[in-house]
Design a protein around this ligand. Structure first.
Ligand code: C5P
Length: 306
C-alpha cells in the first residue's frame, strides 16, 4: 500500500512580543519564528476513516482521539475539499510535547501536506495556509518553515531571508505547560504591575542579525514576553537558563510558552557541548542540539504514486 511521508520541523521564537489582550481572547503579536532541525514525521496511509497513532519518545503524552491536532487537520482538509476521505496517520514524535516548540502544530501541518498529497487534492499552498490558521496560531508557520515574522495572532506571516545557519541547544523540561495558561499568567502579571501594554514592535536589529548571520547580536537580542510568566509557573527553569549561560551560550531564552529552554550557540560543537551539559541537569528531561533555519514540510511517496 502506498503512503505519503512528511517531515515537519519544530520552531523557536527568537522574538515574541505580546500586545494587549484582544476581545477574542487572543493577543496581537510580533512573533519571529525560526524553524529548527528537530522533526516530527507524519506518515499518511490509505484508510476508510481518519485515525492516528503515535510512536517515539513522547508518544505516551499525545492524545489519539479528537483532541489530536493532526486528526483535526485531516478532517478540516476533507471538509474544505467537500468530500469524505480517510487516512491513517502515524506520527513519529521527536518534538517535545507541550514544550513551546509547536509540536502539535507541526503534526497538524504534516497532516495537511500529507493528506493533500495522499488524496490527490492538489490544493494550493494558500488554501492550506488558510485551513492552518483556523487550526491554531502557530500552524501556518509550521507549514512555511524557514524564518518568518508573524503578526496578528502569529498567523499572518512574512518570510525573512537569513544568512547561514544558527546553532541551538534545547533543554527539554520535565512535563509541559499549557499555552493558554502561560498567556493568562502573563495577563495577570501585567494587570498587577498596572502598566499599559505597548503595541508590539519588530526589533530591527534582531532582523538585521538574522539577515546577516550575526549570531552574537541575535543571541543578545532574543526576547520573549511570555518568559516571566513561564518562569513564575516553573521557577526551576531559572536554573536551566543559568546553566546554559554559564556554558557560554550567546543567548538563553524560554522557547515560546515553554517550558523548553533555547540556547544560541557559537557553532555546532558548542551546541553539542551545551546539550551535553544541560542533559545532566535535574531540571531537564533531555537536551538536543539542532540548527536553523530549515525548510517546511514537503511530501514524498513511499512507493510510486498510484
Ligand atoms: O491558537 P492556539 O490554539 O495555538 O492558541 C492557544 C491559546 O494561546 C489560545 O487559546 C490563547 O489563550 C493563547 N494565545 C493568545 N494569543 C495568541 C496566540 C495564542 O492569547 N496570539
Amino acid at each position: 500500500m502506498s503512503s505519503v511521508t512528511v517531515r515537519v520541523p519544530a520552531k523557536v521564537n527568537v522574538q515574541l512580543s505580546v500586545g494587549p489582550l484582544r476581545d477574542d481572547g487572543y493577543h496581537d503579536l510580533v512573533n519571529v519564528f525560526h524553524a529548527v532541525s528537530v522533526f516530527d514525521e507524519v506518515v499518511a496511509k490509505e484508510s476508510d476513516h481518519i485515525t492516528v497513532s503515535v510512536v517515539g519518545e513522547w508518544a505516551d503524552q499525545v492524545p489519539v482521539d479528537d483532541g489530536n491536532l493532526a486528526i483535526q487537520a485531516a478532517r478540516a482538509l476533507a471538509k474544505h475539499a467537500g468530500r469524505t476521505y480517510g487516512a491513517h496517520l502515524v506520527i513519529h514524535k521527536s518534538i517535545p510535547v507541550a514544550g513551546g516548540m509547536a509540536g502539535g502544530s507541526a503534526d497538524a501541518a504534516g497532516a495537511l501536506v500529507a493528506c493533500n498529497e495522499l488524496w490527490g487534492l492538489g490544493l494550493p499552498f494558500e488554501d492550506l495556509m488558510e485551513i492552518a490558521g483556523d487550526l491554531g496560531s502557530d500552524v501556518p508557520f509550521s507549514l512555511l518553515g524557514g524564518t518568518a515574522v508573524g503578526t496578528g495572532r502569529g498567523e499572518q506571516l512574512s518570510e525573512l531571508p537569513t544568512t547561514g545557519s544558527f546553532h541551538w541547544a534545547f533543554a527539554v523540561a520535565q512535563g509541559g505547560l499549557s499555552t493558554a495558561e502561560v498567556y493568562a499568567q502573563c495577563d495577570r502579571q501585567r494587570e498587577s504591575a498596572g502598566v499599559e501594554v505597548p503595541w508590539p514592535q519588530v526589533d530591527d536589529a534582531l532582523l538585521e542579525a538574522l539577515s546577516t548571520g550575526d549570531a552574537a547580536t541575535l543571541g543578545a537580542r532574543l526576547t520573549n514576553d511570555l518568559q516571566a510568566a513561564a518562569l513564575t509557573l516553573r521557577p526551576e527553569l531559572v536554573r536551566t537558563l543559568d546553566a546554559g549561560r554559564a556554558e557560554g551560550a550567546l543567548g538563553a531564552i524560554v522557547s515560546g510558552s515553554g517550558p523548553t529552554c533555547a540556547f544560541l550557540a557559537a557553532d555546532a560543537d558548542h551546541a553539542q557541548r551545551l546539550a551535553d551539559t544541560l542533559s545532566q541537569l535535574p531540571t531537564c528531561r533531555a537536551a538536543l542540539a539542532a540548527h536553523g533555519p530549515v525548510p517546511g514540510p514537503r511530501p514524498s511517496w513511499s512507493s510510486p504514486r498510484p
